[in-house]
Design a protein around this ligand. Structure first.
Ligand code: MRU
Length: 355
């Protein structure tokens, strides 16, 4: 089935993206014409989800550098560093953002070595390639993971790791979609995912569009459904995975993993290699974003807590690798010891080139 929406798209002199803050009530595309606008879109989650943030970062850099065409080499490089620093300061946890910045930097460095007079076209090419690749590798993740789901399974997912969190198709939802499209009878339980409700607003919307049966639950219902035997698998995405397999994902994921272990339910993570950060030995080193308390005290501008109450709004938590049954990537499903699996996948990628 065709994707029912386009998460993010390069449009020659601007970027078009689906404003995810307005879903499900309004399906509105917005045009991004400046780096400031892209940074704002990433910060306020108009574009969100680790791989989509990576694509947005690359496109934001390409857009910023279009405006630098014609500058001399030093000025062009200074502007590039400035744009990258601005983009890199938007959100700290999803490593795909920093990975995308590195890919763009490698293009510029190569262009400098070759004395390319204006590298802007090459930067645009790279950003567009990154978007195309992301869509393709999500399909591979889906294909690699679908065998883990059995006909008749009800699968719980947390947050949104779907086409909207990527350039299309999705990671965790990509696995579900592959199994479903290959004829398996799969039902999904979507955690609502407080405080920003990516599960209720986005995952439910996306699965409905794809025709996959989905049931929405408040986050605190997952344990009860597991206890009743109504959930057979859990699949989530990730924002950053350390070398030992510890995985950061939307706040609440860790609680689900603990519940799944208690009930003997397999818990899988689906993510591309660009989400794996081999420079971090364990999840304790992953930088975790804390966001505006207002996201907890208000819903749709309406206060649901007394003014002045103390709030913790930690956006991500880390699921220790011991609780993870497997990490599904575009190069296969990693298992303990994760570091060994990851090294083999990176080596295969190096040999096999781009997806
Ligand atoms: O704050 P968000 O909405 O960007 O958080 C997104 C998640 O936690 C996703 O589960 C994760 O990025 C995986 S996306 C394929």
């Amino acid at each position: 089935m065709e994707d029912p929406f386009r998460t993010i798209e390069w449009r020659g002199d601007h970027i078009r993206l689906l404003d995810q803050t307005l879903l499900p009530l309004d399906e509105k595309y917005i045009e991004i014409r400046t780096v400031d606008e892209m940074c704002d879109a990433i910060k306020r989650l108009a574009v969100r989800g680790a791989p989509a943030i990576g694509v947005a970062a690359a496109m934001g850099i390409a857009l910023g550098m279009l405006g630098a065409s014609g500058m001399d080499r030093e000025a062009y490089r200074a502007r590039f560093d400035e744009v990258c620093a601005q983009i890199a300061a938007t959100r700290p946890t999803a490593v795909n953002l920093f990975w995308a910045v590195s890919r763009m930097r490698a293009v510029l460095e190569k262009a400098e070595k070759l004395n390319v007079p204006d590298p802007s076209a090459l930067l645009v090419e790279e950003a567009v390639a990154l978007e195309r690749e992301d869509r393709a590798l999500c399909e591979r993740i889906g294909h690699n993971g679908m065998g883990l789901l059995d006909d008749g399974d009800t699968v719980l997912t947390h947050c949104n790791a779907g086409g909207l969190a990527t350039a299309g198709y999705g990671t965790a939802l990509g696995v579900i979609r592959s199994a479903f499209e290959n004829g398996k009878n799969i039902r999904v339980i979507s955690d609502e995912t407080r405080p920003l409700n990516q599960g209720s607003r986005i995952t439910s919307w996306e699965l409905q569009k794809l025709g996959v049966p989905v049931t929405l639950i408040p986050d605190n219902t997952a344990g009860a459904l597991m206890q009743r035997g109504e959930i057979q698998k859990v699949i989530v995405g990730a924002d950053r995975i350390a070398a030992n397999g510890d995985a950061a994902n939307k706040i609440g994921t860790y609680s689900v993993a603990v519940l799944a272990r208690h009930h003997g339910i397999p818990f899988y993570v689906a993510a591309p290699l660009s989400t794996i950060d081999m420079s971090l030995r364990s999840g304790t080193e992953i930088p975790i974003e804390e966001r505006d308390p207002r996201e907890v005290t208000h819903i749709g501008g309406i206060a649901i807590a007394p003014e002045g109450v103390a709030v913790r709004n930690i956006a991500f938590d880390v699921t220790p690798h011991e609780l993870i049954h497997g990490i599904i990537t575009e190069w296969g499903t990693a298992s303990e010891p994760y570091e060994e699996s990851f090294r083999a996948f990176f080596a295969a990628q190096e040999k096999g080139g781009a997806v």
